[in-house]
Design a protein around this ligand. Structure first.
Ligand code: 2AM
Ligand code: CA
Length: 264
């Protein structure tokens, strides 16, 4: 029998320790580089934080595999067995430019099923955490299940990129959603946007390209409060590649999908 309490205790301990290291790094100079394009940033702290988790996990749970954004973990062929899915800094651009609005995202999956989800807002020292079937928490406070909110009172997290000319979606599909709701926000960290949905601070989140490490922990948290997460086509997420993302309170997922997203 897997001791999930033990794995959760280690994961929480490590994420807080990693957060402390990131807070300490504000005193020293960051090394910032670009990855796929000049706006796709990575810093020494992204890599050092991922390496920190890898060393701890290998030492403590040698049979577990690790999928990390910076690629320092394993090359995954499948999600069989126990897999840690880690984004050492989600919202790297915010980390570099603002030193806030970023998070560490850590999830533990067993045979493709999310068992532990942790999102740590390092600057606010706020840990969003969930274990499958045991509810979601913000630090020690239990988070209530998501109730209904009418469309006209909803706040939608969406980046302006997706409602202007772009390569991934016709903006004409999303503009009517923006017009129908109360307001929009964009925080620049998918993990925090998912955590804000879990806590009811936003009601819908739409984005065109996230990787498994951006959403793996958020999915575990969302499942505990009844949030619905699919691709924009209404399909289940694939944890081995990039996905479009449509997350919402249950009533809003249904209504927005039917009115605006479903192929007629
Ligand atoms: P990151 O900071 O870990 O790269 C920004 O809107 C959000 O989208 C962040 O959570 C960011 O994660 C993520 N993101 C940015 N570029 C991405 C890409 N090319 N593929 C997947 N996710 C990306
Ligand atoms: Ca990242």
């Amino acid at each position: 029998m897997m001791n999930w309490n033990e794995i959760e205790d280690y994961a929480k301990h490590w994420i807080r320790e990693a957060g402390e290291r990131i807070r300490d790094s504000f005193q020293t100079k960051l090394v910032v580089e670009s990855k796929s394009n000049p706006d796709d940033l990575v810093t020494n702290m992204d890599k050092e934080t991922e390496q920190f988790f890898i060393e701890k996990i290998h030492e403590t749970f040698p049979s577990h595999q690790i999928l990390g954004e910076e690629g320092l973990g394993d090359k995954l062929q499948s999600l069989k067995g126990i897999t840690w899915i880690i984004d050492p800094i989600d919202g790297t651009m915010n980390f570099v430019h603002q030193q806030r609005n970023f998070a560490i995202s850590v999830a533990v999956y067993e045979d493709g099923v999310g068992q532990i989800g942790l999102i740590y807002d390092v600057v606010h020292d706020e840990l969003y955490h969930a274990r499958k079937g045991q509810g979601a928490y913000l630090n020690s406070t239990k988070i209530e299940p998501l109730g209904d909110v009418p469309l006209e009172k909803a706040i939608v997290a969406i980046n302006a990129t997706w409602v202007t000319e772009n390569r991934r979606i016709d903006p004409k599909i999303l503009i009517p959603i923006v017009n129908a709701v109360r307001g929009t926000r964009s925080y620049g960290s998918a993990a925090l946007e998912l955590a804000y949905l879990v806590t009811g601070r936003i009601d819908v989140y739409i984005t065109m390209r996230l990787s498994p490490w951006d959403f793996a922990a958020g999915v575990v948290l969302l499942n505990e409060v009844g949030g619905v997460i699919t691709t924009l086509e209404g399909e289940p997420l694939n944890f081995l590649k990039e996905n479009s993302i449509f997350v919402a309170r249950p009533n809003l997922h249904k209504e927005i999908f039917t009115k605006f997203l479903k192929r007629k």
